[in-house]
Design a protein around this ligand. Structure first.
Ligand code: 6R9
Length: 636
């Protein structure tokens, strides 16, 4: 018997040991007992990190939607799968049962097929947090199409890059989206993007805001009309274990975004297993993850993980500040949420507004509260524990990445201990290491280094779409035979891990990963700008905010500082999205460079953090003189 649900510390230790000593037996047991397959595997795992190539459950055949939907129809047909909580509290929440979700998915799958989508085709999904987003994802998986969800806060340029990178054939979007008091016209953004996407054939449009949109004949269709005519029966396409399930883009420290490619069987097994244990989900619990489905957390822990477990998962369309800062807590009480999962940036933003918004709520239903996306500072952790958890809910600080697919380091609530700011222990099957810069592993405790993973786990990304070489270089070349996370971490005296942050040129702003290179590229498009360097600095709500050091080619005519700053942020918003706007802009005569001409971001980072006594040796710079004036004019 597999130990699918770990209930105490002894079990954790025993199961962890088994997962390391006999990984194949361990995962095969979980896979065999907890999922339905058309055909079992011939081999549980084959791997070679030098290629890199990783295959789990090779030879198996399945469809993930049968595991998320069909099998529940016997015992859970009338159980709520999704509770949809709309942006506006006056709009009624929807309770979508497993039976209803199944029917909607089959209908949408038939629409996709009727529009020519076939197994292996890529479908771009650019939707707000509405039920159709879940339905669209599962409809793709039903017919073996590869979904590529793009967060609906990205700009038209960013969207076009992602559509073209994986040659999407179809787009599923909506007329608009409600975000607090604002409405965004998503269809217009799609139209702007599609000017540069010649291969995309069809656009399906969900009606949500009711605003006027342009419909291009023979390309654009209202989804509702097609669904009304679609059959509710759609047999699932039989997929191989390693067939692609989805692509999800994440920022790279250089160049274009990386389309992380996830495959079917391993992803399913790992996300389901982690969901069950990290949230200690019990039948009839109501679980709510506030992330957007446009990020990996939403893919794995709003959709696939919960649905594989037959769970009830809340999907919230709005924002924590609308109509006021108590919205989250109102929703927790309204739907009796048992597990609540959010980001440190949201916690800090709510804490800043004061305890009055949360104190009045008893939040009695809560059993587990989680965070994800960035390091959580001690103050935020304690506030969360006190005002939301009321000191009775374990705080699970979960560390993972788009690349890892599922949670990798986390406490297991009521099983392993928690500790403020620590993600604590590796999850079952996860073999971590901390490395020094020379590639030597730090053994023992009370050490800090670069975080790597030494052994494959089922939900790891298998490649970067269209660029396997980049996958190898980014993740498998820094340390021999190991996956390099890009994060730094420390291990305390008891062996608990604390993630200290990125060690590359990726900055996490409000939980969103942003590469510095694409932001700088956007800035450098300005005709009067010669060069720029973007670094992060600590920000009390966003975790990090962006500081741009910029040199001009010449002073623009009728120079106006404010106008120029605005132009820079507009360029960033149109190329990437508003989330990447700079909080601080400093114009400088020059940027510190190495003799080979590389901008020394390390120095700029210290200046942005106002740690000017930690600059280190600057004498080897090509132009040490520029540093003094940058320091003098720094924005603090
Ligand atoms: C799930 C997700 C991945 C990066 C990751 C790390 C940071 C995520 C964290 C955390 C400290 C945590 N990160 N969870 N840092 N503590 N609990 O966010 O995926 O968007 O790909 O970001 O986020 O730096 O490398 P993704």
């Amino acid at each position: 018997m597999s130990q699918y649900h770990i209930k105490n510390l002894q079990e954790y230790l025993q199961v962890y040991k088994k997962s390391i000593d006999e990984p194949e037996t361990f995962w095969a047991e979980i896979a065999e007992e907890q999922f339905i397959w058309h055909k079992k595997w011939n081999k549980v795992l084959s791997w070679d990190f030098t290629k890199p190539e990783v295959k789990w459950f090779e030879g198996a055949q399945l469809n993930i939607t049968e595991n998320c939907l069909d099998r529940h129809l016997i015992t859970r047909a009338n159980k709520t799968a999704i509770i949809f909580e709309p942006n506006h509290p006056n709009e009624k929440a929807q309770h979508i049962t497993y039976a209803a979700l199944y029917e909607q998915v089959c209908k949408m799958a038939n629409v996709l097929k009727a529009k020519g989508v076939q197994k292996g085709d890529r479908v771009c999904i650019y939707l707000p947090m509405i039920p159709e987003l879940t339905v669209a994802i599962l409809a793709c998986a039903r017919i073996g199409a590869v979904h590529s969800v793009v967060f609906a806060g990205f700009s038209a340029t960013a969207l076009a890059t992602r559509i073209n990178d994986c040659n999407c054939k179809m787009m599923i979007t909506s007329d608009g989206s409600f975000r607090g008091a604002k409405t965004l016209n998503l269809k217009q953004i799609v139209d702007d993007a599609l000017v540069n996407c010649k291969d995309l054939e069809t656009v399906l449009v969900v009606k949500r805001t009711g605003e006027e949109v342009q419909m291009e004949i023979e390309r654009d269709f209202w989804l509702e009309e097609l669904l009304n005519e679609a059959s509710p029966i759609c047999p699932a396409e039989i997929m191989a274990a390693e067939d692609p399930l989805f692509i999800l883009y994440t920022s790279g420290s250089t160049g274009k975004p990386k389309g992380m490619l996830h495959t079917t069987a391993g992803y399913m097994v790992y996300t389901a297993y982690t969901f069950k244990n990290v949230f200690q989900y019990e039948e009839n619990d109501v679980y709510w993850c506030t992330a957007d489905v446009g990020w990996i957390t939403g893919h794995s822990y709003i959709i696939y993980g919960p649905l594989c477990n037959g769970a009830t998962s809340v999907m919230f369309e709005g924002v924590p500040s609308f109509p006021d800062y108590s919205r989250f807590w109102q929703i927790v009480e309204k739907h009796n949420v048992n597990q609540f999962y959010t980001a440190p940036t949201a916690i800090r933003a709510l804490a800043k507004e004061g305890k009055n918004y949360v104190e009045v709520f008893k939040l009695k239903s809560l059993k587990v509260i989680g965070t994800v996306g960035e390091p959580i500072n001690e103050e935020a952790w304690k506030w969360y524990n006190e005002y939301v958890g009321k000191h009775k809910c374990p705080v699970v600080d979960t560390w993972f990445q788009t690349e890892t697919g599922g949670i990798m380091i986390t406490p297991i609530p009521y099983v392993t201990p928690t500790k403020p700011t620590f993600a604590t222990l590796p999850f079952i099957g996860v073999q971590l290491a901390l490395m020094d810069d020379e590639g030597k592993e730090f053994k023992g405790n009370q050490v800090a280094g670069r975080l790597t993973i030494k052994f494959p786990w089922p939900s790891m990304a298998r490649s970067i779409w269209g660029d396997h070489e980049r996958y190898k270089n980014t993740y498998f070349s820094t340390f021999k035979n190991q996956y390099f996370t890009g994060d730094g971490a420390l291990r305390d005296a008891t062996g608990f891990y604390r993630i200290t942050g990125r060690v590359d040129d990726i900055i996490i702003v409000s939980g969103h990963n942003l590469g510095t290179a694409p932001i700088e590229d956007a800035i450098n498009e300005h005709e009067y700008i010669a060069e720029s360097a973007v670094v992060g600095f600590p920000h009390e709500v966003k975790g990090n905010a962006l500081y741009g050091f910029i040199t001009l080619k010449e002073t623009p005519p009728n120079f106006n500082l404010e106008a120029l700053e605005k132009q820079i942020n507009t360029l960033i918003a149109t190329h990437i999205g508003p989330i990447a706007k700079l909080d601080k802009i400093q114009f400088t005569e020059g940027l510190p460079k190495t003799r080979s001409g590389k901008i020394m971001r390390r120095i700029l980072r210290k200046i942005a953090e106002n740690k000017i006594d930690e600059l280190g040796d600057i004498s080897t710079l090509l132009n040490p003189d520029c540093v003094d004036s940058i320091i003098e004019n720094r924005l603090v």
